[in-house]
Structures are given as structure tokens and as C-alpha cells.
Design a protein around this ligand. Structure first.
Ligand code: LER
Ligand code: MN
Length: 267
């Protein structure tokens, strides 16, 4: 398991669950200071992940790029893969495709979270699930062609009616025969939706491609009431070697949330 920490570059998400908000250079410097070897970046679009900009910052601080978020497509541009408007669905795919391409230059997978559709839909859920499956198949093939993979992230009921559990994501993947796609296990969402976090990780072990390492209250792991040991044991038992990335609120501040994340992974 490799620790990673989130860096948010999107001003509209300044109050979101990300550890560092002060720009790429500052985020990388603070990640390094807290002992991380990787950052996960929430970028406003593909251009912010451009190599000439990202690579020097990562190299200066000895960091890998763990993953890249696509949620700015929704937060900033109001794009969705399941909009009733075909033009918006098309622009949503292009936005995500651009982030996949940019992330792949660093070996980093792109994450599909809020772009899957929110807590209310403009069309019937069945129709939305068909569109989502088609889009995920196409975007996963694109990721695979670039030597990486795509990440599907189930979200809790207050954020989506689409994929809420790891089983929902696994069903979509198998129904559409998708390859090149793994599941992101966000422990904050799982705390709300799954009957058992460690049980679910064990059940879907081979599909887990990334973990958002967050406690029950979306603070750094250890600052809430999620039992850490059974989850760490489950990740070890399934042979998980991916990132555990802190997507949490910067409480009491970003540096302390970052240090607590490192400590919690050493348990
Ligand atoms: C994104 O990783 C996530 O977990 C969502 O809750 C953001 O809206
Ligand atoms: Mn998440």
C-alpha cells in the first residue's frame, strides 16, 4: 500500500474534501514534507495536468502522480455522462478523455466520481445506466490503449443515484464486458453504503484499483470511528499494492491531516 495525498487545483472546490488547496507547488512541497511519495490531483481540466507544468513540480519534490480526478467537469462545467442533452454527454466524455490522456503520461489513472450522475437525474435511471456503461467502456478502452486503467468510484446516496456500492460498479463492469477499468474504494462513501467495509474489499479484491483513505467523518483516518485494522488486514490479504490516498478535509489543518494519514497507514 502506497500513501498518497490530495492536492486541489480547482477554486470552486476550495471547501471540498482535499488536503492541500494552495496550488500545485505548495501542495507538492507540503506532501513531501509530510513524508508522501505521491499526490492525487484534482485539476480544473487536462491543460492543468500538462507535462511541462506537472513534471517539474513532481520531480522537484520526489513525487509520483497517484491518480487524477475528473469531477471538475461537473463542479466547474456542469458536464455529466448521463445528461439528457447528447451534446453535454459528448462534451463530458471529451473532458474525461482529455484527463485520461494527460494522467497516462505519468502512469496515473483518471477517476470517474461525480461525472457519473448525481442524486437527481434528468432521465430514467435505466437509461442513464446504459449511457454510463457505454461511456465507461469507451473511456476504459482509451485508458487501456495508453497503458493505464480507468477508475469507477461508487458514491454515497446523497451524491448519486447511480453507483453507490462496489457491487454496483462490479455489475456495470460485467454487464458491459468492460476491461481496463477498476473500482475506487472510498472508505467514507463505503462507511455509509456498505454492510461491511473489509468484507466488501475481500469480496471484490481483484477489482480494487485505488483507495480513498478517509475516516467515517471524512477527516484523516484515525480522526473518526472507522476501525482501521480490519481494513488494513483486508487490503493486505487481497494483495492490494495500489495507493491509499487521503481525500479528506484539511482538519485541524492540511499538514496535520497529512501527517495523521501517514501515521494511520503505519498501524
Ligand atoms: C470524489 O472522489 C468523491 O469522493 C466525491 O465525494 C466528490 O464529490
Ligand atoms: Mn472519493
Amino acid at each position: 500500500m502506497r500513501p498518497a495525498v490530495t492536492v486541489c487545483l480547482v477554486p470552486q472546490a476550495a471547501r471540498g474534501p482535499f488536503v492541500f488547496h494552495g496550488g500545485l507547488e505548495e501542495g507538492c512541497a507540503r506532501a513531501q514534507a509530510a513524508g508522501f511519495g505521491a499526490v492525487e490531483v484534482f485539476a480544473p481540466g487536462p491543460e492543468a495536468l500538462e507535462e511541462g507544468h506537472m513534471r517539474p513540480a513532481l520531480e522537484r519534490h520526489g513525487l509520483q502522480l497517484a491518480a487524477v480526478g475528473t469531477g471538475a467537469g461537473w463542479v466547474v462545467h456542469k458536464l455529466s455522462l448521463v445528461s439528457a442533452d447528447a451534446a453535454i454527454r459528448g462534451r463530458a466524455r471529451e473532458f474525461i478523455r482529455g484527463i485520461i490522456t494527460a494522467g497516462a503520461k505519468f502512469g496515473a489513472p483518471a477517476i470517474l466520481g461525480s461525472m457519473q450522475g448525481g442524486a437527481t437525474l434528468e432521465v430514467e435511471r435505466e437509461q442513464a445506466m446504459d449511457w454510463l456503461g457505454e461511456a465507461v467502456a469507451e473511456l476504459s478502452a482509451h485508458a487501456r490503449s495508453l497503458g493505464t486503467f480507468f477508475l469507477l468510484e461508487p458514491l454515497n446516496r446523497y451524491e448519486t443515484v447511480m453507483l453507490r456500492t462496489v457491487s454496483d460498479a462490479a455489475d456495470l463492469i460485467s454487464r458491459h464486458g468492460i476491461t481496463g477499468c477498476k473500482v475506487l474504494a472510498d472508505l467514507f462513501h463505503m462507511n455509509i453504503e456498505e454492510a461491511s467495509i473489509d468484507g466488501t474489499l475481500r469480496q471484490h479484491g481483484s477489482l480494487i484499483g485505488h483507495v480513498h483513505w478517509a475516516d467515517s467523518n471524512r477527516r484523516a483516518m484515525g480522526f473518526g470511528h472507522t476501525p482501521i485494522r480490519p481494513i488494513l488486514q483486508a487490503l493486505k490479504d487481497i494483495g492490494y499494492t495500489g495507493y491509499c490516498s487521503a481525500e479528506v478535509f484539511p482538519l485541524p489543518d492540511g499538514d496535520e491531516a497529512a501527517r495523521q494519514t501517514v501515521r494511520s497507514l503505519e498501524w
